[in-house]
Design a protein around this ligand. Structure first.
Ligand SMILES: C[S@@+](CC[C@H](N)C(=O)[O-])C[C@H]1O[C@@H](n2cnc3c(N)ncnc32)[C@H](O)[C@@H]1O
Length: 283
């Protein structure tokens, strides 16, 4: 495992993914009943944007750096920005700390909710433990996130909830692995909300992935994509995509408003598209 998320923390894809995650979480929390969250590929929990990996790539500058000081964002983006600002001493200076999905989820947990985090890479796992120390209702597992889907789901006590599957896409078969994991997990836990993140580099490959998912016939599945470049260069990350299975009612409206807003501020090419559509309608 060579992937280190610290190089990419706070980039446009992180902000997009975390906005989608928060949109779904907040919709599920409209009911008082508890929810369980499983983050299969958790990462470090928080990232120091002044440290060497972030400084080397500067990717965060074209992500969170473009929106951090905005005060009139759509509600869910504002919620995300408030969470980021709460980790930083001076909200008027560029952000130094950016939350990973574990800290974002934990910041929005209610007393009755539970979160489980899986991470395999030893140094990242140690950072994750440090960054989550003392936070209630959080369980950290040093285990394979793919395998955890079978072992930890369906959740035993709290039946409502969501899963975030956010693999590093180091291995060439990871899109196929994500397809299989989403379909199998949906069969095992039909009421769970499943979020799967995918990189938009090779557009035809992504389209094949979406067609395979569509053929599985899973209900209420949304595709939410934000590209900052035209998807014509397979060597760079042109865009960020998420599929949401069992998407909560009306979350598509939240996502449309927020994705359009982020797109306006983050796109780097006039041909960069965005979309929020039902799976199968996206062509
Ligand atoms: C894209 S990063 C996660 C970012 C995080 N979800 C966030 O939004 O802040 C992927 C993480 O998965 C970890 N990882 C890779 N393979 C894994 C596996 N099989 N099981 C669990 N974690 C894994 C990597 O070490 C890396 O920290």
């Amino acid at each position: 495992m060579n992937y280190r998320h610290a190089f990419h923390a706070g980039n446009f894809a992180d902000v997009h993914k975390h906005m989608v995650l928060l949109s779904v979480l907040q919709r599920l929390q409209l009911k008082e009943t508890p929810i369980s969250v499983l983050d299969t590929h958790a990462g470090a929990g928080v990232y120091d944007l002044s440290a060497d990996p972030s400084q080397r790539t500067s990717e965060w500058r074209d992500g969170i750096g473009r929106v951090y000081v905005e005060t009139r964002a759509p509600a869910v983006v504002s919620s995300l920005l408030i969470t980021v600002r709460a980790l930083n001493a001076d909200p008027h200076k560029p952000p130094r700390i950016y939350p990973g999905s574990p800290r974002l989820i934990a910041a929005h947990m209610r007393q009755q909710d539970r979160v489980q985090l899986c991470e395999l890479e030893p140094n990242t796992l140690s950072d994750l433990r440090d960054s989550m120390r003392g936070l209630p209702n959080v369980a950290i597992h040093a285990r394979d996130g793919w395998e955890a889907l079978g072992a930890l789901l369906p959740p035993r006590e709290i039946k409502r909830g969501l899963v975030l599957i956010d693999p590093p896409f180091e291995a060439p078969n990871e899109l196929q692995r994500l397809t299989d994991a989403l379909i199998t997990t949906h069969t095992r836990w039909p009421q769970g909300v499943l979020l799967g993140w995918y990189p938009i580099k090779d557009r035809p490959m992504v389209d094949r992935f979406l067609r395979k998912l569509a053929r599985a016939g899973m209900p209420d599945t949304l595709v939410c994509e934000l590209c900052i470049h035209a998807p014509d260069n397979q060597l760079r990350l042109n865009g960020s995509g998420l599929v949401i299975i069992n998407a909560p009612w009306q979350v598509d409206e939240t996502l449309r408003e927020a994705t359009a807003w982020l797109h306006e501020r983050m796109q780097q090419s006039p041909d960069a598209p965005w979309r929020v559509t039902a799976l199968g309608d996206e062509a």
